[in-house]
Write a protein that binds this ligand. Structure first.
Ligand SMILES: Nc1ncnc2c1ncn2[C@@H]1O[C@H](COP(=O)(O)OP(=O)(O)OP(=O)(O)O)[C@@H](O)[C@H]1O
Ligand SMILES: [Mg+2]
Length: 253
């Protein structure tokens, strides 16, 4: 198991954001996390990343208890909905950043960094734009740079929190296909948060549905679409941001 949560709970004051969540992601797997706003998706990612501390329960990364590790020591790559590129750095420097700030003993040489960044930019199909600044890129291009930057430090786990959420439907669709291909090539364990059940079913190996701080259901897209036992799930899928698209998918099965 690459990431394992064992009865993880997190409160904000009286409010229970995560309620004894137990959940595992296999090595190399891409799991999508869906669920309504406020159900705890981002909190779950932040706890895995170490940006937020759980009140109870354990997070294990490759079997190791993550409790003693701060966010910088967990070897986790994170991409948020709103591109958080460094505005004053070129595409190349944005991707190189995580390698340049490594402690001296672990830091690759200048030429190793150049070659690693070139490879990553090729992977995200942006090698031609390496000298540009973020303001000179489209939203989709910026998110691809953010992904390359997250991958540069060879994370053990990649956490994507609505990485395409701010983009228009057409670009989202392209990027989700591209993400699936990228994942097939790189095979890094990934948790993708998305509001869009169609996106989840299309890219993920398994889909987990969150509801009120719990994992209401988890399975392959086909399992979940067949599943009628959970009325909440049916309602969520039918009630997703693109009702016609998800209804169409449900009809397929
Ligand atoms: N720092 C915080 N302080 C207080 N409450 C918080 C904090 N962070 C999250 N919450 C609350 O915890 C709940 C879960 O929030 P979270 O951000 O995990 O939801 P989400 O599923 O990611 O929602 P969305 O789809 O809108 O991004 C929400 O009710 C939110 O208001
Ligand atoms: Mg969120």
């Amino acid at each position: 198991m690459s990431v394992a949560l064992e009865r993880v709970s997190k409160r904000f004051g009286e409010f229970v954001a995560l309620d004894e969540v137990t959940f595992g992601v296999d090595e190399g797997e891409l799991v999508a996390l869906v669920g309504p706003s406020g159900s705890g998706k981002s909190t779950l990612l932040r706890v895995v990343a170490g940006l937020e501390r759980q009140d109870a329960g354990a997070v294990r990364i490759h079997g190791e208890d993550a409790a003693p590790l701060g966010p910088g020591d967990r070897r986790i790559g994170f991409v948020f909905q709103h591109y958080a590129l460094f505005r004053h750095m070129t595409v190349f420097e944005n991707v190189a950043f995580g390698l340049r700030v490594r402690p001296r003993r672990e830091r690759p040489s200048g030429s190793e960094i150049t070659s690693a960044v070139k490879d990553l930019l090729q992977l995200v199909e942006l090698d031609a734009l390496s000298a540009r600044y973020p303001s000179e890129l489209s939203g989709g291009q910026q998110q691809r740079v953010a992904l390359a930057r997250a991958l540069a430090v060879q994370p053990r786990v990649l956490l994507l929190d609505e990485p395409f959420g701010a983009l228009d439907a057409r670009v989202r669709k392209q990027l989700r296909q591209w993400l699936r291909q990228l994942h097939d090539e790189v095979r890094v364990t990934t948790i993708l948060v998305t509001h869009d059940s169609e996106e989840a079913c299309e890219v993920a190996d398994r889909v987990a549905v969150m509801h009120e701080g719990r994992i209401a259901q988890i399975g392959t897209a086909a399992d979940l679409l067949r599943e009628t036992a959970n009325p909440f799930l049916g309602a969520f899928l039918a009630d997703s941001p693109r009702p016609s698209a998800s209804a169409k998918r449900i009809d397929y099965h």
